[in-house]
Unconditional design. Sequence first.
Length: 278
Amino acid sequence: MKRVRQFFSRYRSGLQRAGAVLLALAVWQGLAMGVGQQLLVPSPLSVVERLGGIWQEADFWGTVWFTFRKIVAGFLLGLGFGLGLGALAGRFPLFEILFRPWATMIKSIPVASFIIICLIWMSSSRLSIFISFLMVLPIVYTNVLQSIRSADRQLLEAVSIFRLSWPKRALYLWLPQLKPYLLSACTVSLGISWKAGIAAEIIGIPAGSIGRMFYDAKVYFNTVDLFAWTVIVVVISVLFEKGFLALSVSRRAMYLHHGSLRVWKNHAAADHPGAGTA
């Protein structure tokens, strides 16, 4: 009995997640049995059977790779531009005032409107990149700007006293300050980039994309395929999110977050022996 309790105590989190998944599958199965029509609500078993065959199709991996690289490219572009523009806005208040209407507009306009407008300007094969980029940009920008505004004033004063170089300021002050805000932005924007990117493909219908598979399944009333591709998108999105965040939260980042003040004080004291007694 003691071993059983230890087992449940050790794996409680995993067992709870597994239980939640099983409950969701049970509800899904009950709904499918209640409706009684595969065209409206296919059963989990039929979707699993379709998944078992869909990945063996000749164009499956090419389709997944087409969509994956487009959406990931859009996410990384949004991340990079969001970091750069947020840093500029934090450094130059005039830039923040000038960019504020654009950030507000991007956050306010519905995704579908952006997709339709952008279809006038670019080919459908590039649409998911641009739409993912647009959705990620304001999220990262806002979080970076907020991290700069919430910087500890005492640390900023200490930086001025020790006269640290800009590389050391970035390494020992701004990176640890930015980390929690950036992780929060990435957590939110990763899911949004996949939703927006897939929506762009469904509307733009580029050949060889997951969005095209959704469109074809809808046109031919193939509900099982709709559910199967939905599961595929969810799995890819979750795996990419977990992998990206796992790479972001490294031991080096944790070290900077918890020990940055002590470390850069030591560096500064070594570079400027008289500064600490000023």
